[in-house]
Design a protein around this ligand. Sequence first.
Ligand code: SAH
Length: 222
Amino acid sequence: MIGLRRDRGGLGMTSQRVRDKLVERLKGEGITHPRVLEVMRALPRHVFVDEGLESRAYEDSALPIGSGQTISQPYIVARMTELVLDAKPERVLEIGTGSGYQASVLAELGLKVFTVERIEALLRHARRRFRALKLEQIRSRHDDGRLGWPDEAPFDAILLTAAGEYVPEDLKQQLRVGGVLVAPVGPQNAPQTLVRLQRTEDGFDEQKFESVSFVPLLGGIS
Ligand code: SAH
């Protein structure tokens, strides 16, 4: 077991059956990693969505979280998590904390998580959730995530949960050799491509995966 505390987060809110259905759907969509499925079955996603949307928290869809942003679709969270786990990371940097759900999934998998969010109001809510769920191994910061977290670099994995037309160079440089960076890349208002870069001794290997739709990676903070 992964040390999930089953008494927290209010299992009463949503039945175990609803979560089991989500996991079955993820399996049907091709998610195979047993620990990813186990964590997503146990983590209370309804804690991460806006008030009034809790009953929709276990649907496989993105949902609004305020400030014009969204919590990613569970399938995408699972997929990106699988893609970073291939590199057997210990320390992971996430750009775009949002609700804090993706960071919490990574933390429940036993990783040390560093997460950066540019909208302070969202970060405040996410931190409250991390505290409530006792996820002490998550460190978070209010900043422009395109700059990464230089003081804590290098990272074994970097995950971007907002889409840019290219991967910021600062982030690529904060990856250790052998580490992987997973990001949606492409223009706004059009589907982006999920891309994985693996740092090698002399550059980066790139692999492309499915088409995805993320909110934009923006500059500055608010
Ligand atoms: N990982 C989140 C998904 C949030 S949506 C979750 O699990 O809920 C993407 C987030 O990226 C938004 O909250 C948005 O404000 C943030 N974002 C966009 N550009 C950013 C940047 N340059 N630095 C940090 N965060 C950014």
